[in-house]
Write a protein that binds this ligand. Structure first.
Ligand SMILES: Cc1cc2nc3c(=O)[nH]c(=O)nc-3n(C[C@H](O)[C@H](O)[C@H](O)COP(=O)(O)OP(=O)(O)OC[C@H]3O[C@@H](n4cnc5c(N)ncnc54)[C@H](O)[C@@H]3O)c2cc1C
Length: 436
């Protein structure tokens, strides 16, 4: 059976590794940290059914919960938009539990783990990836390297140009994030819209959230530039002004991380290599959620590898994975466009879009992919006195639908010429963040 090497114990890597090992492949995961110990110490938003279906474990009610409804704020914080999940709220579960279930499932299926191994680069033979190099100079080879090393993957970053894979992201495509869960300073119960989301918080590109739970409070900061504890302390003080329930004691988290918030890699596979999860920028660009997508991508990669009966693992044979992923998520680059268009506005313009309800909850979640003529007409009525702002936003909203169509034109069978022609088209749709 073929040898599959997984670089990093990312969510998608654990999932696809487990599925492949179950089918008899020799799968080894090389990773820097123990996947359970290093998992974030907090609850994340993800669909628990996907975890249950994959691992065969049924979670009980104490192991899963649901998110409260959202309240969105523009920079002035004067005219928030409240959104409702209706009867279908997103779920949440502990990240450590998720990591434990995936790791146990992988181990039970026969995946080998090599922990405390820092990968520094891909090993290549011309344009074929043949293995990885570790910090202490060791080389490990395999028939296929699956890159689950996260957004700063040293494997992806060291690929030769001949692989045709974008090695690096640009400024403005990654969130520098902090999340901390604090005690509650009073008994104020959470209201229906206890998940408060602040777009361009205090006029800075990025977002923050403040969540009031029954027995804790929760702060997340996401910015496009790195920041440290000093900034966290300043934002804590600012939140405290209108959230007296925010306590002083950090209970959990207090962690800094990075989240890709951009379109996925256009080419995520080449000879001997496939990227999954954050290493391929597989997140929802508005929220930064990547767990569900990584698990779904694991099924796609698994099916593609199984179909490669000879185990050639070339760009051509791995292309079905690349194709399926892009087609299935073709609406997400439109969300990225709307996000960047909104963040490129001056804070007072974003306030105006909220005040006049030119932007609504549907825009915030769909990236304009659902914008119909009727909705846009209604927005023109409300925004007529601010036409330039409106036109810009309407253009971005319409681009959401257009962009999905362009993404779906990805060639079904890989040919370099066709890929380059398609890539040229999708690159033209990108809206760059001006002042990250
Ligand atoms: C603050 C924060 C909050 C988030 N909240 C949510 C949420 O609520 N819902 C959601 O769906 N997503 C959330 N995300 C995003 C989510 O964490 C990722 O999208 C998801 O985990 C997929 O990333 P990954 O597993 O591919 O990569 P990672 O989680 O980065 O995992 C990479 C793996 O590779 C290993 N590794 C990295 N570098 C090396 C190296 N050099 N050598 C060896 N091993 C290495 C790491 O130890 C790790 O095991 C959040 C992210 C952050 C930072």
């Amino acid at each position: 059976m073929k040898n599959i090497l997984i670089a990093g114990a990312g969510i998608g890597g654990l999932a696809v590794g487990a599925l492949l090992a179950k089918d008899g492949y020799n799968v080894t995961i090389y990773t820097q940290n123990d996947p359970v110990e290093s998992a974030y110490d907090w609850e994340d938003s993800n669909t628990t059914r996907l975890v249950e279906e994959l691992t065969g474990v049924t979670l009980d009610d104490t192991q899963k919960g649901v998110l409260a409804d959202n309240r969105y704020y523009s920079p002035s914080e004067k005219t928030p938009i409240e959104t409702s999940f209706g009867g279908n709220p997103p779920e949440k579960m502990e990240r450590k539990l998720l990591a434990r279930l995936l790791t146990e499932y992988a181990e039970n299926n026969g995946v080998q783990f090599v922990l405390h191994t820092k990968i520094v680069a891909a090993v290549t033979d011309n344009a074929r990836v043949t293995g990885i190099r570790t910090e202490d100079g060791q080389v490990f080879t395999a028939d296929l390297v699956i890159d689950a090393c996260g957004v700063d993957s040293p494997v992806r970053k060291s690929l030769p140009d001949a692989c045709g894979i974008e090695q690096n992201y640009a400024a403005g495509e990654v969130f520098y994030a902090y999340r901390g869960i604090y005690n509650k300073a009073n008994d104020l119960p959470p209201d229906e819209h206890a998940y408060e989301l602040y777009l361009m918080h205090r006029g800075e590109p990025g977002m923050s959230w403040f969540i009031t739970e029954e027995d804790s409070t929760d702060i997340l900061l996401g910015r496009f530039r790195p920041f440290g504890q000093e900034k966290v302390d300043a934002e804590w003080k600012n939140f405290k002004k209108n959230h007296p329930q925010l306590g002083e004691n950090l209970l959990r988290g207090g962690t800094f991380g990075k989240i890709p918030v951009r379109r996925p890699l256009a080419k995520m596979a080449c000879d001997g290599y496939a990227a999954i999860g954050d290493s391929a920028y597989m997140t929802y660009p508005m929220s930064g959620c990547g767990i569900d997508i990584s698990i779904r991508a694991a099924y796609m990669l698994h099916a593609c590898i199984l179909a490669d009966k000879d185990g050639a693992f070339t760009t051509q044979t791995l292309w079905k994975y690349n194709y399926d992923y892009i087609c299935r998520h073709a609406h997400l680059p439109g969300v990225d466009i709307l996000k960047n268009t909104l963040l490129n506005l001056k804070p007072e313009k974003l306030d105006l879009l909220f005040d006049k309800r030119i932007v609504d909850a549907n825009d915030l979640s769909s990236g304009g992919a659902n914008a119909g003529a009727k909705e846009l007409f209604g927005k023109v009525g409300r925004g007529i006195f601010h036409l330039p702002t409106l036109l810009k936003t309407a253009k971005a909203a319409l681009a959401g639908g257009h962009v999905a169509k362009v993404y779906k034109q990805i060639p079904a069978v890989y040919s370099e010429a066709q890929f380059i022609a398609w890539k040229r088209k999708v690159d033209k749709t990108v809206v760059v963040l001006k002042n990250p």
